[in-house]
Design a protein around this ligand. Structure first.
Ligand code: GLY
Length: 366
């Protein structure tokens, strides 16, 4: 079987790897290069109970994908590309009493679901996470959560997929895809690619890839700006910290990624003074030492958002050789192992996982 994957972000690269691993002949096209879209800015937080506690369908998808992560990372070890992956939990911090009450309510909700969670009062929080502002009222620790470095993850996926024969062609901008009885055809720049199936995994740019007979997904880019800090003053936070106006991810090289804004500004990927100010102010109110950190880089990504905040994964009924795999919004990295498993199961084994009915790309046409 021959498959073309459009998009070499974390979703496209993971699908290419899963397919190549199963003996499929895979070509990946990307208009820039691997991990150059939303993935390059992603903080890689793996936290279904923070991101999706108020969205049951998304919670099912994200917690299922999190459970696949350890085996997914283990398989990638063969690529010999180091990828920082930690299941050190998340700590959501309350800076006022109202937040503290909300988080205690959240703990009761997690307890009822059998999810390990611990409420830390102000002094326990100071002992567990001394970098957090001493005036914080407490924090909710969720052990199952963690993070992965997204760009390194894509480098490992690309290397692993290449070991199984996948070909990456870039920069190549796919313009359209047609699905006929015998083949799917991608037109890109002056080239034409024929395959048994095409997977469109181009994040926010997926709606610019015209699929014949099918309406474009109602996707909107949501800009996220993050500041990448190098810590200079004492201990770095020990785990992912989630505050009221920002989250922070500590990397083993003593840097801290602080994100992220949520901005509806179309395809504008430029950083702004307001974005950087919002993130640095939020970081300083959470960690006193952030004020003396160095700004290493500003990262900007466009999250692909669909109206129901669920991804679109699966075949188009009216273009059955075309598979959508986009719209992952705030949780692309978290949903990666599940997306790769669903798409490779569909194409290689012909298995229609029941969840595909809920996340079908056709659901917006009904
Ligand atoms: N998942 C975090 C974000 O999208 O900012």
């Amino acid at each position: 079987m021959k498959v073309v994957v459009v998009g070499a972000g974390v979703i496209g690269a993971s699908i290419a790897d899963a397919l190549a691993d199963r003996g499929v002949s895979v070509t990946v096209l990307d208009m820039r290069g691997p991990a150059r879209g939303a993935t390059q800015a992603s903080a890689g937080i793996l936290a279904p109970y923070l991101e999706a506690h108020d969205h049951p369908a998304l919670l099912d998808l994200t917690s299922r994908s999190l459970s696949l992560y350890p085996a997914f990372m283990e398989k990638l070890a063969a690529a010999d590309v180091p990828v920082e992956f930690a299941r050190t939990g998340t700590l959501e911090v309350a800076l006022d009493d109202e937040e503290a009450r909300r988080l205690q309510g959240m703990k009761a909700w997690l307890d009822a679901r059998g999810v390990e969670a611990e409420w830390l009062d102000s002094s326990a929080l100071g002992e567990r996470e001394p970098t957090v502002h001493p005036s914080a009222r407490g924090g909710l620790f969720i052990a199952a959560h963690g993070f992965v470095r997204a760009r390194a993850l894509v480098a490992a996926l690309v290397a692993h997929a290449k070991m199984s024969g996948a070909i990456f062609e870039m920069p190549v901008e796919a313009a359209s895809v047609e699905s006929s009885r015998d083949a799917a055809v991608v037109r890109a720049d002056d080239r034409r690619y024929e395959a048994d199936a095409v997977v469109v995994a181009a994040g926010s740019w997926s709606k610019r890839v015209r699929v014949a007979n099918v309406a474009a997904l109602p996707m909107r880019p949501v800009r996220g700006q993050l500041v990448h800090l190098t810590w200079t003053d004492g201990e770095l936070p020990r785990r992912v910290i989630w505050g009221p106006r920002c989250y922070a991810v500590p990397w083993s090289d003593r840097s801290l990624l602080v994100g992220a804004t949520m901005e509806d500004v179309g395809f504008d990927e430029e950083p702004t003074v307001a974005g950087v100010q919002a993130m640095t102010t939020a970081a300083s109110s959470l960690f006193p030492a952030a004020a003396s950190a160095r700004i290493e880089a500003i990262r900007v990504g466009l999250r692909p958002k669909l109206p129901d905040e669920l991804p679109a994964i699966g075949r188009y009924a009216r273009a059955p050789r075309v598979i959508a795999a986009s719209g992952h919004y705030r949780n692309g990295v978290l949903l990666t192992p599940l997306t790769a498993a669903l798409v490779s199961g569909l194409l290689v084994d012909g298995v229609e996982d029941p969840v595909l009915a809920q996340i079908s790309p056709d659901r917006f046409e009904r």
